[in-house]
Design a protein around this ligand. Structure first.
Ligand code: SF4
Ligand code: F3S
Length: 107
């Protein structure tokens, strides 16, 4: 089991989640974060911290976001580790809850 960052994080990237992770298993891309599935210990601490509810446990990941399971695993191998919270993008609020953001994911 792992926790998974889903579509709502794209272009929001608040990073509150990284502050609470006891094993520092978040990795950062230009406009999205991912969780390394082999490092996540399923503590569930990060899930309630996300202001846009972008984090799910693997078994609660919505059907239309299943692609994010593989995306988290793939990108966590490529992107750098992030362990401290940073400022959200200036337009993060405008992107909260917007649908179809997958196409906007930058690698
Ligand atoms: Fe980190 Fe726990 Fe969230 Fe996994 S569930 S990413 S270990 S805070
Ligand atoms: Fe993304 Fe939410 Fe973390 S927007 S960076 S999953 S706090």
């Amino acid at each position: 089991m792992t926790f998974v960052v889903g579509e709502d994080c794209i272009k929001c990237k608040h990073t509150d989640c990284v502050e609470v992770c006891p094993v520092d298993c978040f990795y950062e891309g230009p406009n999205f974060l991912v969780i390394h599935p082999d490092e996540c210990i399923d503590c569930a601490l990060c899930e309630p911290e996300c202001p846009v509810d972008a984090i799910f446990s693997e078994d609660e990941l919505p059907e239309d976001q299943q692609v994010f399971l593989e995306l988290n695993a793939e990108l966590a191998e490529i992107w750098p580790n992030i362990t401290e919270m940073k400022e959200s993008p200036p337009d993060a609020e405008e992107w909260a809850g917007k649908p179809n953001k997958l196409a906007l994911l930058e690698r």
